[in-house]
Write a protein that binds this ligand. Structure first.
Ligand code: PGA
Length: 318
């Protein structure tokens, strides 16, 4: 488990050379990319070994991966022109931490309204996209149309699409491949149902869903994995930080073994399922939780801002 002590981080970067946080790891302006990469790899291996000194260290940076914190708001099938205009205005006036990628996924009908009124600080995602080029597919929205309207991401494999609409792993994998090939980022959702967890199949289900993505996608450069246990979505039953962390570690390990160590380290693994302003900080402290996918609580601007800003819980844990 990665726990960085301030002294180790400052030994390596030095107070004058710290220029910015990248994925909450300090980056050093005096080093070139290769040097800093190997330095980070060294730091990372040191950190993985340092759990015995965890109690003694203050000022930890709780991030196992190297990606930037990522928070998505999935508005699902909610909202009217008026309520969305209020939500956008609340988001525009919210003070958001800089070290976070923020994305919202409005219903398709309102994407144009949101794109035209929301600050550029926040990117737009579709909640779904068609599996190939648009055409005679009644009721569908194509990747090309999402790009045309200004979206840069799409959520694929959400449990409501898997279990309510009936999309299967292969179909979702194909959708992801198409969207990535056309230049959209993909928020790739995975997660087990309650009966699967109770039967001890959580990892099997998550790995099977991951494999379907891995078998289809051209690259992992533009993918964020959202672990969303189905039993936690919209139920108010959030996974405990330990339950979420356990699956996130397993997912990262799966990526390491089945894709590559580099992809395992740089791919953001975010948690979703009843995240709110009251529980996000505790979850964010877990080192393999790289952000959140938020449903209900993303419909309230100030609460969504609190969740985004829970990145601060990652930077310093007493
Ligand atoms: P919830 O939804 O936060 O309302 O549980 C999460 C999601 O479906 O992405």
């Amino acid at each position: 488990m990665a726990v960085a002590s301030t002294s180790l981080a400052s030994q390596l970067s030095g107070p004058k050379s710290v220029s910015s946080y990248s994925g909450l790891r300090r980056s050093c302006s005096k080093l070139d990319h290769t040097q800093s990469l190997s330095l980070f790899q060294h730091l990372h291996s040191q950190l993985r070994l340092s759990s015995s000194s965890r109690k003694a260290s203050r000022g930890v940076v709780a991030m196992a991966g190297t990606g930037k914190f990522f928070v998505g708001g999935n508005w699902k099938c909610n909202g009217t022109k008026d309520s969305i205009s209020k939500l956008v205005s609340d988001l525009n006036s919210a003070k958001l931490e800089a070290d976070v990628d923020v994305v919202v996924a409005p219903p398709f009908l309102y994407i144009d309204q949101v794109k035209n009124s929301l600050t550029d600080r926040i990117e737009i995602s579709g909640q779904n996209s068609w599996v190939g080029k648009g055409g005679a597919f009644t009721g569908e929205i194509s990747v090309e149309q999402l790009k045309d309207i200004g979206a840069t991401w799409v959520i694929l494999g959400h449990s409501e699409r898997r279990h309510v609409i009936g999309e299967d792993d292969q179909f979702i994998g194909k959708k992801a491949a198409y969207a990535l090939n056309e230049g959209l980022g993909v928020i790739a959702c995975i997660g087990e149902k309650l009966e699967e967890r109770e039967a001890g199949k959580t990892f099997d289900i998550c790995f099977q869903q991951l494999k379907a993505f891995a078998d289809a996608v051209p690259s992992w450069d533009n993918i964020v994995i959202a672990y969303e246990p189905v039993w936690a979505i919209g139920t108010g039953k959030v996974a405990s930080p330990e339950q979420a962390q356990e699956v996130h570690v397993a997912v990262r390990d799966w990526l390491k073994k089945n894709v590559s160590p580099e992809v395992a380290s740089k791919t953001r693994i975010i948690y979703g399922g009843s995240v709110n302003g009251g529980n996000s900080a505790e979850l964010a402290k877990k080192e393999d939780i790289d952000g959140f996918l938020v449903g209900g609580a993303s419909l309230k601007g100030p609460e969504f801002a609190t969740i985004i800003n829970s990145v601060t819980a990652k930077k310093v844990a007493a």
